[in-house]
Design a protein around this ligand. Sequence first.
Ligand SMILES: [Zn+2]
Length: 215
Amino acid sequence: MVCRAEPLEIIQSPMPEPTPEINWYRVPEEPRVIDTVVIHYTSALGWFNEDFQEQFGEQVAPVAEKVGLTPENLNEHKFDFQLNKAIFVAYGVSAHYIIDRDGTIYQLVPDEWVAWHAGVSKMPSPDDREMVNTFSIGIELLATHPDDDPSVKADPENAFTEAQYASLEQLMEKLTTEYPITAVVGHDEIAPDRKKDPGPLFDWSRVRHDDLTPH
Ligand SMILES: [Zn+2]
């Protein structure tokens, strides 16, 4: 294991305290086993969707205002961390980490707690375990898919940044040191009927070494 002089910098950005109506995580009664990492992407591209605005528009408007978001400049702001976190808060979902385009790592939920990132999910065979949230860490990269984002379609290099991969590698090194991680999977592998993240442009060679391939 490589010894690093500098500890990995992680910015703490906790999800809200649970309310009677909504919670963003579960605090296990017993320490949980963490043996899997799930890779996702997320963006604010859907911010102005009619359904989202109808359901959550009032709730998320202050965040949009703070950032200076308008329908015209959504493309400039689609990877804004605060906008993306506001979407998570509105939907009642969470992840342990979000990695910004410049490589900044935010932690939203402590590793020990169960975050709501995978939803209905099942590990690839022969593992076949369901409810992947219960034994995994979820990492979101701020990114989009070529089907949804013309800038990625025009140049696949725009999908994920080198800074994101570098931070993800360091975070994976930390997690595999601290926990008995045996697999790193994409959301699209554990919920293939519903999800397409991190998608075909994610470079798995950056995180999936032989010992982390699902088996
Ligand atoms: Zn996902």
